[in-house]
Design a protein around this ligand. Structure first.
Ligand code: HEC
Ligand code: HEC
Length: 106
């Protein structure tokens, strides 16, 4: 839970509803729809790790993702902007949509 909080840069109440009487977080309640969004994200994470990454040959032991891999401390993951001079669409790089540069033979 602390990991979720940090990965998204939010407080517990972002996903957890509060009890209207006590004004404290009611962690078992499903009243906050964000909790279901988070459940879908948890399933997606597990699928990516178990159905996809785990089946790749020659992956490193650390070939897993977690919430922070995409979220990087943001509620909605930020769009990727290539650093200047690198990558399609960036200054000095090939135009957006250009085919990737050939990789050296392995
Ligand atoms: C990004 C959304 C999110 C955030 C932020 C979050 N939680 Fe949760 N939490 C969930 C989800 C989803 C579940 C239910 C998991 C499941 O379905 O088993 C849950 C379950 C729980 C439960 C178990 C409740 C039960 O059913 O008995 C506790 C306790 C809890 N969270 C505490 C916290 C605390 C404390 C924080 C802040 C440090 C926190 N959570 C932040 C999404 C979140
Ligand atoms: C593969 C990338 C990826 C991973 C990994 C990921 N997310 Fe997400 N998540 C997204 C994207 C993209 C969105 C934004 C969808 C949109 O634009 O509304 C999102 C949105 C969310 C939202 C809704 C935020 C809002 O303000 O509506 C929650 C909550 C969330 N993610 C929780 C999680 C949790 C918890 C984990 C880890 C179990 C996780 N995410 C892992 C890509 C990811």
């Amino acid at each position: 839970m602390m990991g979720f909080r940090q990965a998204l840069g939010v407080g517990c109440e972002f996903c957890h509803a509060q009890n209207p009487d006590t004004h404290r977080n009611d962690f078992a309640s499903d009243a906050n729809p964000m909790k279901d969004t988070a459940r879908a994200m948890i399933r997606m994470n597990m699928d990516i790790n178990e159905k996809y990454l785990a089946t790749l040959p020659n992956v490193t032991e650390k070939a897993t993702i977690n919430c922070g891999t995409c979220h990087q401390g943001n509620k909605i993951p930020a769009a990727f902007t290539p650093p200047a001079g690198q990558g399609p669409g960036g200054p000095g790089g090939p135009p957006a949509g250009a085919p990737p540069a050939p990789r050296p033979a392995q």
